[in-house]
Design a protein around this ligand. Structure first.
Ligand code: AMP
Ligand code: MG
Length: 411
């Protein structure tokens, strides 16, 4: 049986970043990846600019930082100086305004006193040439690459893109993820389950996981365990970048998903992975005229679906998005309490991870197996427990998968 690492490698191999496209610079683009090097079209600042409110003066007129000068004009941001400074002259200047010709220093207003009439007394420390002035093009020059392809957009990047007028940069879009629950027993969460029925917990959960991974979920509803119904809905899902099904992939009588997928031209890459929960996991691909659909069949037990999504679907979504770090994020943590445990496959056990003075600390939370979703909510992580009969003593170091770091758009 395939290992989790082999399964992840298979999935990443089958996944390519989506093609970048011109995208409006709105908050919805937060966390998207640049698909091109972005080049400045301007000098910034566009002129030598005052960094303080004060007086633009000539260094030669304030030896030792002192002098009394004639104020010839007032320059505010958005306006340009009307004349150069001559000897003995100063201009009142506001932050951001262009420096007049002849001036080579700005003296902060707090280091001046009003003089007689239109005169000002400078009482500064000995100034340096260029003091409180940002020279033209210091931040960026025309033609300069200000952001490389592959960069994840943070809020400050929006400011830079706006500075250079790139209001529709080429960005890698969020992948679309169709989500389909299957099972005769599964009813809408708004309904009261009848005998033998359960509510569809996986649909809303998987949609939220997709959103957290920065994808765009689209819920296809619940398909009965009926080949015709399943086929019709799966067909719709094959239009998206990713189709995630829950249920119907095990070896039971009504586990119809692998057969229907095969019939619709989905090429199987694996079916079954050495892991707990989640062993029956299925992965396949299908070519579309405009790309490729990845198909994940996740076992229906809610914690199996959850774990398989984090281990298999999320890395694919991150690769689609052009992110270099596909995750999942694994940290080494120190076990806080003894935890004897026997298992025949690597087990992803709900756990509570917390930062301690000596690094990460992990506590295994009570959990009753793959149907126990509430047990999963007691933790924020998955401890990775090796197969075999182990004592797992307090102080032992364990690999732990971090779950609760990112919202949509974040790194
Ligand atoms: P299956 O993988 O179809 O054999 O389902 C395994 C278990 O998961 C069964 O007990 C199902 O009732 C349950 N299950 C399947 N789909 C869902 C769902 N969408 N929400 C909650 N439980 C589910
Ligand atoms: Mg089923």
């Amino acid at each position: 049986m395939l290992s989790v690492a082999q399964a992840q490698a298979t999935i990443l191999e089958a996944t390519c970043p989506l093609p970048a496209r011109a995208t409006a610079l709105t908050p919805a683009a937060l966390g998207l990846v640049l698909g091109e090097d972005v080049v400045s079209d301007i000098d910034s600042p566009p002129h030598d600019k005052a960094l303080m409110d004060g007086y633009a003066v000539r260094l030669a007129d304030v030896p030792g930082g002192r002098g009394e000068l004639e104020v010839i004009e007032e320059i505010t941001a958005g306006h340009i100086p009307t004349r150069p400074l001559g000897p003995g002259q100063a201009a009142r200047i506001m932050t951001g305004a262009p420096i007049p010709a002849g001036a080579d220093v700005v003296v902060q207003v707090e280091r001046t006193q009003p003089g007689e009439g239109n005169r000002v007394r400078i009482e500064d420390r000995p100034p340096r040439a260029g003091q409180n002035i940002l020279t033209r093009g210091r931040e960026m020059r025309p033609g300069q690459v200000v952001m490389p392809a592959g960069r994840v957009l943070h809020p400050q990047d929006f400011g830079v893109l706006a500075t250079i007028g790139r209001v529709t940069p080429r960005l890698i879009p969020r992948p679309g993820v169709a989500i389909l629950s299957t099972g005769d027993e599964v009813v809408e969460p708004s309904q009261v389950p009848g005998p033998g029925q359960i509510r569809n917990s996986n649909g809303p959960m998987l949609a939220a996981q997709a959103a957290r991974a920065g994808a765009l979920p689209r819920f296809l509803g619940i398909a009965r365990d009926d080949v015709d119904e399943l086929r019709a809905i799966v067909r719709q899902g094959l239009e998206d970048d990713v189709l995630v099904l829950s249920g119907g992939v095990s070896a039971g009588k009504l586990d119809l998903v692998p057969g229907v997928l095969q019939e619709l031209g989905v090429e199987q890459h694996f079916h079954k992975v050495a892991m707990k929960p989640g062993k029956p996991a299925f992965f396949g691909t299908r070519e579309r005229p405009d790309g490729k659909t990845l198909v994940f069949g996740l076992p229906g037990n809610p914690v199996s679906s959850f774990v398989c999504f984090e281990l298999f679907v999320r890395p694919a979504l991150r690769k689609f998005r052009g992110l270099a770090d596909t995750g999942p994020r694994v940290v080494q943590a120190t076990l806080a309490e003894d935890f004897p445990y026997r298992t025949d496959r690597p087990t992803y056990h709900p756990a509570l991870l917390s930062p301690g003075p000596d690094g990460w600390k992990v506590q295994i939370v009570p959990w009753f197996g793959s149907p126990d979703l509430l047990g999963l909510t007691r933790g924020n992580a998955l401890a990775v427990l090796p197969p075999g009969d182990h004592e797992h003593k307090v102080g032992e170091r364990l690999p732990v998968i971090v779950l609760e770091e990112q919202g949509p758009g974040q790194k």
